[in-house]
Design a protein around this ligand. Structure first.
Ligand code: NAD
Length: 373
């Protein structure tokens, strides 16, 4: 099997998820290529120790430019704070490395535009952005339903990504809760591309937005226990009109009491409706409808039916780390020269999400519905 040598920049929460997915590549069947992590970079030298234990690294460095100078490294996964995306992504692309980037893909709209301008100058470099939840079997079934036109006329789309851990006022602040490092978008930059990936893939572009953003806790304790400003939006509710004319209600929340990593999409149509949430990770709810017929939602347990075949039997469940593995399978498949069945989020989709979030900030400032470019 062809080996694609990867360097990882940012060895934190998400860097480790990729390292784990790469280490269990044997889980996938019939892949044309596999990722091999040969380099790691983190400004915190301690963060690289775990990588050194589990992968044979030829380079472990606090300066990511050393990875970019290594001709053996073909591709980079970059998972660093949002204020660093632009510089590091641009450096990766200019170095000719394929890039699996993290969302939101630049701290704000001008930053995303600058990254994309450099990518346009290097079309030979494959750049994709992380968004794993659409790889859940329930979400993939909804993708098929949209592609097959099963919904009839779409009445409404709701999608969201909800967490609740910030309900605890004593949760210490981190870079994700500071506008300087996370960006003015706050929870939208953190969670929003996850919510937008499928609607944008379906061509359901938001035409306009009325946003309701809330900052529930404006102070949080720092590592020393002192109360410091927490200046990012905790929650966002975005009411949009799609290009097709139906309403889209999108939400990204860090304070949604009771929710942990609850990603969902619900599409209501005249011929069929469907709902999937990671709260019930194996269950797809649908409501096929014939005029004059009964309106009864039905539930189906899907089991492990993934886009990329795996050793796990269909009778078992699918989870977060499986979605991460499937997302990586799609990226590596693309690097191997194939058309993935379901493509990872593209820079254009990330840009589409930036347009929405930028308009949402304006809507919050003005209290008006804002038209999106
Ligand atoms: N796809 C997802 O589900 C998901 C989930 C969480 C976070 N993310 C995204 O992943 C990215 C990273 O988030 P995280 O949760 O892994 O953060 P994290 O804080 O756990 O890890 C970030 C790492 O980057 C390192 N770093 C900082 N500056 C660096 C530099 N100049 N060079 C190399 N390393 C540097 C830090 O030391 C840290 O180890 C963000 O873009 C975030 O939005 C994605």
């Amino acid at each position: 099997m062809r080996e694609i040598k990867f360097g990882v920049i940012g060895c934190g929460l998400m860097g480790r998820e990729f390292a784990s997915a790469a280490a269990r590549w044997m889980h996938l069947l019939n892949m044309p290529a596999k990722p091999v992590i040969v380099g790691a970079s983190d400004v915190n030298a301690g963060a690289m120790e775990w990588f050194k234990t589990h992968h044979s690294l030829s380079t472990a460095t606090t300066d990511y430019r050393e990875l970019l100078a290594d001709p053996n490294i073909e591709a980079i996964y970059c998972a660093v704070p949002h204020n660093l995306h632009e510089q590091i992504y641009i450096d990766c692309i200019r170095a000719g490395k394929h890039l699996f980037a993290e969302k939101p893909f630049g701290i704000d709209l001008p930053s995303a535009e600058r990254i994309i301008a450099v990518n346009d100058e290097h079309p030979e470099v494959v750049v994709r952005c992380s968004s794993e939840f659409p790889f859940f079997p329930g979400a993939q079934r909804i993708v098929e339903m949209v592609q097959n036109g099963e919904f009839g006329q779409i009445i409404e789309l709701k999608a969201g990504f909800c967490h609740s851990s910030d309900l605890d006022p004593n949760k210490p602040i981190n870079w994700k809760r500071r506008a300087e490092t996370n960006g003015e978008y706050g929870c939208m930059g953190d969670l929003g591309l996850h919510v937008l990936h499928l609607p944008l893939r379906f061509g359901f572009k938001p035409k306009n937005v009325r946003a309701l953003l809330s900052n529930v806790f404006s102070q949080r304790p720092n590592a020393q226990g002192e109360s410091v400003p927490c200046d990012t939006w905790d929650n966002a509710i975005l009411a949009c009109e799609s290009a097709q004319g139906f309403p889209m209600l999108l939400e990204t929340k860090r304070i949604s009491p009771g929710d942990t990593d609850s990603w969902y999409i619900k599409i209501l149509g005249t011929k069929n409706s469907a709902e999937f949430s990671t709260k019930h990770p194996k269950t797809l709810r649908t409501m096929p409808y014939e005029p004059g017929g009964r309106q009864a939602w039905q539930e189906e347990d899907l089991g492990y039916s993934s886009a990329y075949p795996a050793i796990t039997g269909h009778i078992f469940e699918f989870g977060f780390s499986d979605a991460i593995l499937q997302m990586w399978a799609a990226f590596v498949d693309e690097l191997a020269g194939n058309q993935p069945k379901f493509r990872c989020a593209t820079p254009a989709e990330a840009l589409g999400s930036h347009h929405l979030f930028t308009a949402a900030l304006e809507s919050q400032r003005t209290g008006q519905t804002v038209t999106i470019k």
